[in-house]
Design a binder for this molecule. Structure first.
Ligand code: NAD
Length: 475
């Protein structure tokens, strides 16, 4: 097996020899990525089933088909997005032409988590390839079947510019000691800090796609049955192990009473009377997370569900009524527990949300225009969705990313291309006529007049207070 250093050196060699720059090459890579997902769909679906008990249909919806669509979207628009963008030139610099161009960064490291182990490694890969980079992929060691499938098939379909390095903390640490041109990390806060520190050593730019607690607010103006179905779908998909899943629900006590009843109905509609027997319901990734979730549920008040089986790592969709201070409200749940938290109304909900770390997503179920506006004006979150959880990911025109503790940077569609590119400024000014002669030293009164009026305006002088209203010009 190649060392991490040799792997990265090879990736750099391929980037440096110009292989990845032509548009045709990039389109071919995106096509190969799609072909891999179509031709090896069964193998990837089986791996996702082995790692997370994911139903084949859910694997197609949220992982395999998701990346196929992302690659196709990039393929369709890439030529247009790569076109140089002209920029107007101020009079003082004319005659000249200015434009920006998206240029590749070099060697990109993508580090993935275990919960959507294929999507969250390959969707960034599509963006990095579209931008003309070479890529080192580090899948999560906690989804070993998917990691093995990627290590098996990626080199076959993308043999030139993509390398897969399997492993856990030691292997990632080894990679992080090396110089990359961009690091794209999806995972938790603790590992994100390790990545950011390592990146600082080389001044490598990073994108951090993190998690946290994404709240949902529900009020009486909405259709509670429909809202409950959508909340249950968003929360319990992938057995709750979704970064953008609604983490807890805020509503008045009156709304919560009805909503709880509707959530129970929705859970039954989605996964039957016994979720252990539903093929559509996933499993907890490993014993450590299973035990963590069991402790969270046991440390709070279960009002529905709570059933579990350690051997199969089945954990039933569970509704909680937490007391202040319950651990379940102190950390990202990342599992099939949904706390229902009473508030006096919209204002208190906004206060609760703003008192916590900025969420990756915020969900509002309300038909009231004033309520919707209040959430958009008075809160901050990676995304804000009305009446639907998680679906913003599937709109390729929307940048996907967090803010504050939920992450930095964003991707998907054109935003991916921009994340993995440098937007280079280019200026071309003919040597003749040489208008710069007008500002070269030695300075004279005429040159002062030209500079103060045309190049770096001093503004109008001498009105009442004598203050200048001149525009600031940089150098
Ligand atoms: P994690 O941070 O434990 O692991 C992510 C990756 O980092 C893995 O590949 C792992 O091998 C590596 N890693 C872990 N610790 C490391 C260390 N000390 N040094 C070097 N590398 C290290 O995250 P996870 O448990 O796989 O995923 C769960 C978290 O990811 C949750 O917080 C969730 O919200 C978040 N997440 C975010 C998104 C998003 O798109 N924003 C998507 C999925 C998951």
């Amino acid at each position: 097996m190649q060392s991490a250093a040799a792997t990265v050196a090879r990736a750099r060699e391929i980037f440096d020899n110009g292989t990845t720059r032509p548009l045709a090459w990039r389109l071919e890579q995106l096509g190969s990525l799609r072909r891999m997902l179509i031709e090896r769909r069964r193998e990837f679906a089986a791996a996702l089933g082995a790692d997370l008990g994911k139903h084949e249909t859910e694997a197609q919806l949220t992982e395999i088909g998701f990346v196929t669509a992302e690659a196709a979207h990039l393929e369709k628009h890439l030529a247009a997005w790569l076109r140089p963008r002209p920029v107007s030139v101020p009079l003082a610099v004319q005659p000249a032409k200015a434009w920006t161009e998206l240029t590749p960064l070099g060697v990109v490291l993508v580090i993935g988590p275990w919960n959507y182990p294929l999507q969250l490694l390959l969707a960034p890969l599509a963006g990095a390839l579209a931008a003309g980079n070479t890529v080192v992929l580090k899948p999560s060691e906690h989804a070993p079947a998917t990691s093995a499938a990627l290590a098996r098939w990626v080199p076959e379909f993308l043999p030139e510019a993509v390398r897969v390095v399997e492993g856990g903390i030691p292997e990632t640490t080894e990679l992080l000691a090396l110089r990359f041109d961009h690091i794209f990390f999806t995972g938790g806060e603790a590992a994100a800090k390790v990545v950011l520190r390592a990146a600082a050593e080389h001044l490598t730019p990073v994108t951090l796609e993190l998690g946290g607690k994404s709240p949902a607010y529900v009020d009486a103006s909405t259709d509670l049955a429909k809202a409950a179905k959508r909340l249950a779908w968003g929360r319990f998909m992938n057995a709750g192990q979704t970064c953008v899943a609604p983490d807890y629900v805020l509503a008045t006590e009156e709304v919560l009473v009805s909503l709880q009843r509707e959530l129970v109905k929705a859970i039954r509609a989605l996964f039957g009377e016994d979720s252990a027997r539903s093929e559509s319901y996933g499993r907890i990734v490993n014993d450590k997370h299973f035990d963590r979730l069991a402790a969270l549920a046991d440390g709070s008040t279960v009002v529905h569900g709570g059933g579990r089986d350690a051997a199969s790592r089945h954990f039933a969709p569970t509704l909680l009524r937490p007391a202040p201070g319950d651990s379940v409200m102190g950390e990202e749940i990342f599992g099939p527990l949904l706390p229902l938290v009473p508030v006096s109304g919209m204002d208190e909900a906004i206060r609760v949300i703003n008192a916590a770390a900025k969420p990756l997503a915020l969900y509002v179920f309300s038909n009231d225009a004033g309520t919707r506006r209040a959430f958009s004006e008075r809160t901050s979150s990676g995304a804000l969705c009305f009446d639907v959880p998680a679906a913003h990911l599937t709109v390729p025109g929307l940048p996907f990313g967090g803010v504050g503790n939920s992450g930095m940077g964003a991707y998907h569609g054109e935003h991916s291309l921009r994340t993995f590119s440098h937007e280079r400024s280019t200026l071309s000014k003919p040597l003749r006529p040489d208008t710069l002669e007008l500002i070269y030293p030695p300075y004279t009164k005429t040159k002062d007049r030209i500079i103060s009026t045309l190049v770096a305006p001093a503004g109008k002088r001498g009105k009442k207070s004598g203050k200048t209203a001149g525009k600031k010009t940089g150098t």
